[in-house]
Design a protein around this ligand. Structure first.
Ligand code: ADP
Ligand code: ADP
Length: 232
């Protein structure tokens, strides 16, 4: 589903060049929950921006859902990005819109009719367990509920890949677990490929099938979670 070959990302900063991602090879299979863990500055955000086509690699190829996402432009890139969705640490909801309107937003953009939209939003609300909160505003929701809205919105257009950028880092441990359980449920029900970046070992241990450990732009270890984190 996702293949990175020799991917390097170098930023030109005023203070000099920064190699944020250094010659990474990575394969993520369809239907997998894949974790990328590392300390701050390891290159995780750069990697996730490469995966959704927000950055182009300085070297190497990034293939996602059959598209060479790092080398296409314009309409082709726009189409390819429809297969990829993302959720965020701070949810990125529209604060003046209700739960229902937030979830409907990506459907409006793709031009779905009002009736179809209403039906799809109902399905999504059920999927993420937000029944009864349809007309609430984000400010009236708990952190966990806000992330459920983020997940429903991300799934609205049936993406093939869900990228999670520190998606539970703003939540307390109990809420984190309930969101991780929802991600497992969605992975199993929809067969969606999930890539999550985190600095929390607990998140990886709880739901990931495989993991890559990043340090200074390098993948220093990758494999099954149990093998990588086996106690010595
Ligand atoms: P992480 O998400 O693991 O914290 P990042 O990908 O954000 O890592 O950062 C990796 C390195 O690249 C850091 O040294 C960071 O300062 C640098 N970096 C990230 N984005 C930019 C940018 N747009 N311009 C210059 N340097 C950047
Ligand atoms: P619109 O009116 O287009 O529905 P808003 O004006 O409510 O959207 O919000 C625009 C953007 O600003 C949102 O995407 C949101 O991320 C950000 N934003 C608005 N209000 C807040 C807030 N109180 N806290 C954090 N971010 C906010």
């Amino acid at each position: 589903m996702i293949t990175l070959k020799g991917v390097t990302k170098i930023y030109e900063a005023k203070s000099g060049t920064v190699t944020a991602v250094n010659n990474i090879d990575l394969t993520i299979n369809q239907g997998e929950i894949f974790g990328i863990i590392g300390y701050s500055g390891a290159g995780k955000s750069s990697l996730i921006r490469l995966l959704n086509g927000l950055e182009t690699p300085t070297k190497g190829t990034v293939e996602v859902a059959g598209n060479d996402i790092g080398n296409i432009r314009g309409e082709k890139l726009r189409k390819a990005r429809q297969e990829i969705s993302m959720i965020f640490q701070h949810f990125n909801l529209l604060w003046s819109r209700t739960v229902r309107e937030n979830i409907a937003f990506p459907l409006e953009i793709t031009g779905m009719s009002k009736a179809e939209r209403a039906k799809r939003v109902d399905e999504l609300i059920k999927l993420v367990g937000l029944e009864g909160r349809e007309n609430a505003y984000p400010s009236q929701l708990s952190g966990g509920q806000k992330q459920r809205v983020g997940i429903a919105r991300a799934l609205a257009n049936n993406p093939k890949v869900l990228l999670c950028d520190e998606a539970t880092s703003a939540l307390d441990p109990q809420t984190t677990d309930s969101i991780l359980e929802l991600l497992v449920d969605i992975n199993e029900k929809l067969g969606l490929t999930i890539v999550l970046i985190t600095h929390e070992m607990h998140v990886i241990r709880k739901i990931c099938h495989r993991v890559a450990v990043m340090e200074n732009g390098l993948v220093v270890e990758q494999g099954n979670v149990l093998d990588v984190f086996r106690k010595p």
